[in-house]
Design a protein around this ligand. Structure first.
Ligand code: PMV
Length: 328
């Protein structure tokens, strides 16, 4: 009889308020700076893992489509590392499903790799140690380390595998912070975050300043989050995003993730603020803009954005929960 071990996990995606941008160690994915994010309710990945003595290699199906072998490097790295940790030698069949509104155009590596780490650990061992799952998720994608927890989350950069993990600052119930994604472009980003980071670290004369400023903002953001101080959270988040994107423009060769419509959305945020609707923007390694607002302002912000963007381009998300090992 074949010997099988099965696991499941659901993890939600997250968007950084203080961005992670640049690695100190490529193999272990240790970041140069600490980061802080909000886990979102809307977008999540469900991942099923079956380990079996019968299999001869790992396979990964995303929304039922097999992943080409050449794209499996990080996935295999994560699985191999975990197998060594739990002293197991079989291979895995993985089925992952992304639940992201089809129009959202959001990267799903954070939720996908977090759910993979959770499912692999749940197949091989107990899931009690979430810190360990956060470390393992980091090996798949840096930002995935934060998707293990709900609410607002701090990823400690650390200096080795043990010391680089995420932890919750406040739960999803304790924070009044929402994100409206303005979907400017649904297509895959042109410069992947790994390449964008590497180019910036290697060539931007502003890079060391970015690291210092990002780390300096961390205690300020933690205090703002603990006080539910939306104004401070928004100001720090917007500044962090603007500084991150300044490093790409100062890289050599220079590049940018902005599209013309990105600037249009940023201008709308400025306009809203000048008319008394308090909101802020953040932007990741792609052209889409996320607008931060309080719950009381969701409708006003949404309606303002709807003057320039259509319904399908606007996706409202609220704070989301941490990883789960059952479907409900
Ligand atoms: O985890 P990665 O490799 O997808 O990198 C994420 C980079 C940003 O989204 C731009 C910032 C962040 O902290 O999530």
């Amino acid at each position: 009889m074949k010997n099988e071990k099965k696991g499941f996990a659901r993890a939600h995606t997250n968007i950084a308020l203080i961005k992670y941008w640049g690695k100190a160690n490529n193999e272990l994915i240790l970041p140069a700076n600490d980061s802080i994010s909000l886990t979102l309710d809307k977008f999540y990945s469900d991942t099923y893992v079956t380990f079996s003595d019968d299999l001869t290699e790992n396979s990964f199906f995303l929304n039922q489509i097999p992943m080409p072998k050449k794209s499996m490097k990080r996935i295999n790295h994560l699985i191999d590392f975990t197998k060594r940790q739990y002293n197991y030698s079989g291979f895995a069949k993985i089925q992952s499903y992304n639940h992201v509104p089809t129009s959202a155009g959001l990267a799903s590596s954070a939720s996908g790799m977090a759910a993979l780490a959770g499912a692999v650990v749940s197949a091989l061992d107990s899931t009690a140690d979430l810190t360990n799952i956060s470390r393992i998720a980091r090996l798949g994608s840096g930002s995935a380390s934060r998707s293990i927890f709900g609410g607002v989350v701090h990823w400690h950069r650390g200096h080795d595998h043990e010391s680089s993990f995420a932890e919750q600052i406040v739960s999803e119930k304790e924070i009044d912070l929402n994100m409206i994604t303005v979907v400017v472009d649904r297509h895959q980003k042109k410069v992947k975050s790994t390449h964008g980071m590497a180019q910036t670290v290697a060539t931007s004369p502003f890079y060391s300043t970015w690291v210092d400023e990002a780390n300096r903002a961390i205690p300020e953001m933690i205090t703002a989050v603990q006080n539910n101080d939306f104004t401070k959270i928004g100001e720090l988040a917007e500044h962090s995003a603007a500084m991150m994107h300044a490093t790409t423009l100062s890289a050599n060769p220079a590049f940018t993730y902005f599209a013309p419509e990105t600037i249009k959305a940023v201008r709308l945020v400025h306009q809203m603020r000048s008319t008394g609707i308090e909101c802020y923007f953040t932007i990741d390694a792609g052209p889409n803009v996320k607008v931060l607002c309080r719950t009381q302002d969701i409708t006003r912000v949404h309606n303002f954005l709807a003057h320039e963007f259509n319904e399908q381009q606007l996706v409202v998300a609220r704070p989301g929960s941490g990883i789960k090992f059952t479907k409900n």
